[in-house]
Design a protein around this ligand. Structure first.
Ligand code: HEC
Length: 115
């Protein structure tokens, strides 16, 4: 039998451990998603050149060849599908951007379009 007072200590320490673990994970996730957001913005402006055709306030782009992304507020899947396969006069980026880059720009557009 473990004495009661040791058991209590163990439980308190374990709770503390869980508490700090949760904080560490959430801080880490925050940093990670901010990083993806920033990378997505760079792809939007540079490699993907999305800014040439789309208005997106966060990226500072004003173009009206394609729909205004602040107005259509696409979710991440809609961006990924459009960028991967192309749509209308918008070119397909498969081969141009990696799958990871397409997901990254999708993450960026879907979040920033809400602002
Ligand atoms: C050459 C101009 C051009 C470029 C470059 C371009 N787009 Fe588009 N995009 C368009 C046009 C035009 C449409 C509308 C197509 C249609 O509905 O016929 C469109 C549509 C979209 C849509 C909406 C798709 C839907 O389901 O209605 C999204 C999201 C999108 N583009 C994101 C992007 C992203 C992200 C990039 C950069 C990787 C990009 N576009 C680059 C012209 C462009």
């Amino acid at each position: 039998m473990i004495p009661n007072f040791i058991m209590k200590k163990l439980i308190i320490n374990f709770s503390k451990f869980l508490f700090f673990l949760t904080i560490t994970i959430s801080v880490f996730n925050q940093v990670k998603s901010d990083e993806i957001y920033e990378k997505g913005k760079i792809i939007f402006l540079e490699k993907g050149n999305c800014a040439a055709c789309h208005t997106l306030t966060d990226a500072g782009s004003e173009a009206d060849i394609g729909p205004n992304l602040n107005q259509i507020k696409p979710d991440i899947n809609r961006v990924i599908i459009a960028v991967t396969n192309g749509i209308g006069v918008m070119p397909a980026y498969q081969g141009e951007l990696t799958t990871e880059e397409i997901e990254t720009v999708g993450h960026y557009v879907s979040i920033s379009a809400e602002n």
